[in-house]
Design a protein around this ligand. Structure first.
Ligand code: ZN
Length: 344
């Protein structure tokens, strides 16, 4: 993998790197590749819940600190657009506390994901945004920003809040009860969407606070992940399954990152109906950009140049010219995929 960095950078991919992807110091890496890089990506908080920098809030992966700090300082000094990632509700460390785990209607609790209906957790996220924002970075890629799927969340708090809206006892609320009634189902989508965007709004406020604290000239931007997969009904599913709405994100952060086909190993081939459906699902991006927003295509596990070129072709056909990606999959990918498209 190492010798291919240049090729990926030449294709304008902003790679979200982990220090272990690099195998040299940040300084050595940057001295070789800086002139090819469109932007420099580094993991800030990963799905384990650990952060790569000294923190008073989250657990710290000590071995990443030196690389992280050198990386952001040097890239900033060279005028390279510097992005750090942050997993939000996908947080295994925080989810050790059963009180915060998101849950199915049958009471199966997720060990890797937090219920988005947790104001206290938004505050936790906001603190981490402020810590990240104290570094000279330009953008935060925010992952794990919605519900796992339409069947979530039935934790005690969600039951207590939602059941009265559909004339039901909290303990007797089932997914079928909601899904079988179109009016209830729409209420469910609306209610969950409000939670998701309230959480994102809190993080956006925190980014602004960090701008003021460090006197950043150009505001720190938050790119919000939108999962777009045929298994979860593309754009319509983004709202009904996960709870996010690009129109609301336009009002809040003006920056979305479309995670393309997260649950599918291969991208669709040009000339197929599936391909055309995907391009159609990306139409929203034109209006989003026209109104001043930024849209990027993101893909996990961009492991070959051929894969990268497929991604770029989709970008070309959908008029999106910003590409972000990782070489590997998230550490909790198996659980994430299973909970999103498996038999829960
Ligand atoms: Zn919940």
């Amino acid at each position: 993998m190492k010798e291919n960095f240049r090729e990926f950078f030449m294709e304008k991919l902003v790679v979200l790197l982990k220090p272990e992807d690099v195998e040299t110091s940040a300084k050595e890496f940057i001295s070789v590749y800086a002139s090819y890089m469109q932007g420099a990506g580094i993991v800030g908080k990963d799905p384990s819940g650990h952060v790569s920098f000294p923190s008073r809030t989250a657990p710290v992966e000590e071995s990443n600190i030196e690389f992280f700090e050198e990386w952001v300082d040097l890239n900033n000094a060279l005028g390279i657009h510097t992005v750090a990632s942050m997993d939000f509700y996908t947080d295994i460390w925080f989810a050790r506390d059963p009180k915060y785990q998101t849950m199915t209607a049958e009471g199966v609790a997720m060990q890797h994901q937090i219920c988005p209906n947790r104001e206290e957790f938004w505050e936790y996220g906001a603190e981490i945004i402020k810590e990240l924002g104290s570094y000279p970075i330009h953008e935060i890629l925010l992952f794990g920003t919605g519900f796992i799927r339409d069947h979530f969340c039935f934790c005690e708090r969600c039951r207590d809040e939602f059941a009265p809206l559909v004339d039901q006892e909290p303990s007797r609320l089932t997914y079928a009860y909601i899904a079988e009634n179109p009016e209830y189902h729409e209420k469910w989508h609306e209610w969950r969407s409000e939670k998701v965007h309230a959480g994102i709004s809190r993080l956006q406020e925190a980014a602004k606070e960090s701008d003021e604290a460090v006197g950043r000239e150009k505001p720190l931007s938050i790119a919000v992940e939108i999962l777009l997969d045929p298994e979860t009904n593309l754009t319509e599913g983004a709202r009904t399954e996960y709870g996010y709405d690009h129109k609301k994100i336009l009002d809040i952060t003006k920056n979305v990152m479309v995670n393309l086909y997260p649950w599918s190993p291969t991208l669709p081939q040009s000339g197929t109906k599936e391909y055309d459906d995907l391009i159609e699902a990306l139409y929203f991006s034109t209006e989003f950009k026209r109104r001043g927003g930024t849209v990027s295509l993101f893909r996990w596990g961009v492991s070959s140049i051929e894969h990268m070129r497929e991604l770029k072709q989709i970008g070309k056909d959908a008029s999106i010219d910003r590409f972000l990606g990782t070489f590997s999959y998230p550490s909790d990918y198996r659980e994430r995929r299973e909970s999103a498209v498996g038999n829960y």
